[in-house]
Design a protein around this ligand. Structure first.
Ligand SMILES: [Zn+2]
Ligand SMILES: [Zn+2]
Length: 110
């Protein structure tokens, strides 16, 4: 079990940083053993990149869905609406995927 720097964001997302210290087991070989332990955690006050991406996609989703509502009232926008509905589906799917990815990461056992 070797020691690594760790960064943790306010939303719980984290990543490994630089290698810091070897455990006694691997001391002689000069390599790390593959098991990681936290040497020190650096806290970021901000949310992570994935959260920012989710927020951006949610804003896009809101805009698309209000556009669709408006176009339906205007009429004569069938093709535009169909395309926007497809985009809406895609955005929704990727938000779900990102949320799942984030959940897994935050709940991962170190
Ligand atoms: Zn080790
Ligand atoms: Zn996050």
């Amino acid at each position: 079990m070797c020691y690594f720097q760790q960064t943790r964001w306010s939303c719980g997302w984290w990543k490994w940083g630089h290698f810091k210290q070897q455990c006694s087991k691997e001391y002689r070989t000069g390599e790390t053993c593959g098991m990681k332990l936290v040497f020190e955690t650096t806290f970021e006050g901000d949310i992570c990149k994935v959260c920012k991406d989710i927020e951006k996609k949610q804003r896009k989703w809101n805009k698309l869905s209000s556009d669709i509502t408006r176009w339906r009232q205007e009429g004569n926008r069938k093709a535009t609406i169909e395309k926007a509905e497809k985009d809406l589906d895609d955005v929704e799917k990727s938000v779900l995927e990102l949320n799942e990815k984030h959940y897994q990461k935050v709940h991962e056992e170190i």
